[in-house]
Write a protein that binds this ligand. Structure first.
Ligand code: PLP
Length: 229
């Protein structure tokens, strides 16, 4: 077995254990393989192991790989999205994890309508209020959703966060818990156009804690493909 296949097998076991600890089924957790800096042959190795969802954080890298791999994979845009790049990916992405401002919502709505598509999006939340990170602050999320929810061409399907980098994932447990609480609060508001279906949180170093706190979509790169150079 190759390294990528072995990593995926080990990862699936850890996902199953974390899911069980949280009283949930492993199948409820969607694994997004983060393929930034990873070449197409290695992406294909992961796909041969049953990986169907790929996450890229840069538009240019996503479109370049999309030319080779195509719609056989579900493409997730997980990084900051510049408004002027929306047009390159609006027809390609299964889910955008990084809706974080009104100008982006407007552009997405416009471009999606132009191709008669409804693009699924997650609202990115900067729970820890880190200056270096994108995302709305917790307090801004509900007013934002109230404004964006009825825009044609996009559909809010949940929330995403990137937890602070830390040596001990226990330190970021409150971040994950807070995002989950926010998703429940929004769900309870009962907006007809909004679904709180996905909670995208957890990466290589913290996905187990994220799953325990309610993640059902995790984004794992180095845990599958090794350290990025
Ligand atoms: C790179 C990246 C990941 C994956 O990080 P790993 O630590 O390699 O698992 C997840 N989410 C986002 C937004 C990223 O940019």
């Amino acid at each position: 077995m190759g390294v990528v296949a072995a990593n995926i097998a080990a990862l699936r076991q850890r996902i199953a254990i974390a899911a069980e600890q949280a009283g949930r089924k492993p199948e409820e957790i969607e694994l997004i393989a983060v393929t930034k800096t990873v070449d197409v042959p290695r992406i294909r190795e992961a796909m041969a192991e049953g990986i169907t969802s790929l996450g890229e954080n840069r538009v240019q890298e996503l479109t370049a790989k999309y030319e080779e791999v195509g719609p056989e994979a579900n493409w997730h845009l997980i990084g900051h999205l510049q408004t002027n790049k929306v047009k390159y990916i609006v027809d390609k992405v299964a889910l955008i994890h990084s809706l974080d401002r009104m100008s982006l919502a407007r552009e997405l709505s416009k471009r999606a309508q132009a191709i008669s598509r409804v693009v699924p999006v997650l609202v990115q939340v900067n729970i820890a209020e880190e200056e270096s990170k994108f995302g709305l602050y917790r307090d801004e999320v509900i007013p934002f959703i109230e404004e964006v929810r009825s825009m044609p061409g996009l559909k809010i399907q949940g929330l995403m966060t990137i937890a602070p980098l830390t040596g001990d994932p226990e330190e970021v447990r409150p971040v994950f818990r807070s995002l989950k609480e926010l998703a429940v609060e929004i769900g309870n508001m009962g907006f007809p156009e909004v679904e709180m279906r996905y909670l995208s949180m957890g990466m290589t170093n913290d996905f187990e804690v994220a799953i325990q706190e309610g993640a059902n979509m995790i984004r794992v790169g180095s845990g599958i493909f090794g350290e990025r150079s």
